[in-house]
Design a protein around this ligand. Structure first.
Ligand code: CP
Length: 311
């Protein structure tokens, strides 16, 4: 049957074409295996990023595609969220479109929590405000192990804006679970008021932190979050007070790997010379690109594990 090249309005179709479409749609609904264009059992993985991202979103897209899933890019900026549709209705709509799993990033801490009791589909938190970024912590642990760091009994320093960092909160939960000790280091406004775990120590003394650690994990100073809290006076001093420069690292008697989840403020929390010294070995150098490389494999593992029990 010939169809118009442009379906602009119903008047482009005759009754025979309408009947053909009704029958064809019925075939897809009740007998999809017989249709040459229909792939059975391909899960649909979507991303819904309500906040910007380069690393997390792209690596989930690549992970989904490499696993053979159908990838759906739900773009909030061009979606009906802009017409006032709420998140729950959006998710129910995506579920009706066949989404099995959605990776969601939001600026609102805990925004995914209400969906836990009755999830519309599998949900992976791609970062929610200052709360959690679990897949970042998992890929970091994988990178550490793959590059020779043994978490159990060793110490990592997390240096930077610990209090406002979702990465830091997830790292504390995960790294203490695998027996790693943690030193949180930063200016007082960047640290929690009290230690969140018996194996987590707090200090503002960066020399103490790096001298007593086997691995440095640097965090971005999140100016956007400090403005809200009226603590913007740290930033001009930060490179000197807490920035990790090659000069600081060279004073150490041992080589320590330097991690950063990205994006980094080069020249603030990490010196340009450290940033430009990438390495894939357990030695002095920046491992940020190794974290990115390992993110793909860990996110493939996470998607596969979560889809094994399909909704
Ligand atoms: N580490 C991280 O979450 O980076 P993106 O914001 O680029 O995803």
């Amino acid at each position: 049957m010939n169809f118009p090249s442009i379906l602009e309005s119903i008047s482009d179709l005759n009754l025979g074409q309408v009947e053909y479409l009704l029958n064809s749609a019925k075939g897809f609904k009740y007998n999809p295996r017989k249709h040459p264009y229909y792939e059975v059992n391909q899960p649909v993985v979507a991303t819904c990023f309500l906040e910007h991202s380069t690393r997390t979103r792209n690596s989930f897209v690549l992970a989904a595609e490499k696993l053979g899933a159908i990838y759906l890019n739900f773009d909030p900026a061009t979606s009906s969220l802009k017409k006032g549709e709420n998140l729950e209705e959006t998710f129910l709509t995506l579920r009706s479109q066949g989404v099995d799993l959605c990776v969601i990033r939001t600026a609102v801490p805990g925004e995914l929590h209400p969906f836990k009791n009755n999830p519309p589909f599998k949900i992976i938190n791609g970062g929610d405000g200052m709360h959690q970024h679990p897949t970042q912590a998992l890929l970091d642990l994988f990178t550490m192990i793959e590059t020779g760091f043994k978490p159990k009994g060793n110490t990592m320093a997390i240096i930077g804006d610990c209090e406002h960092s979702r990465v830091c909160h997830s790292l504390i939960d995960l790294m203490t679970m695998v027996g790693c000790k943690i030193i949180l280091c930063g200016p007082s406004g960047c640290l929690p008021r009290q230690t969140p775990h018996k194996n987590v120590e707090l200090t503002s003394d960066v020399t103490y932190a790096i001298n007593n650690s086997d691995l440095l994990y640097l965090l971005r100073i999140q100016k956007e979050r400090h403005k809200k809290f009226g603590e913007s006076n740290y930033f001009s001093d930060y490179p000197w007070s807490h920035g990790i420069t090659m000069e600081r690292l060279k004073k150490l008697e041992k080589n320590v790997p330097v991690y950063h989840p990205g994006p980094a403020n080069i020249g603030i929390e990490i010196g340009a010379c450290v940033f430009k010294n990438p390495t894939n070995k357990h030695e002095l150098g920046y491992l940020g690109y190794e974290q990115v490389r390992h993110s793909l494999w860990m996110r493939m593992a996470i998607i596969m594990a979560m889809l094994e029990r399909r909704i």
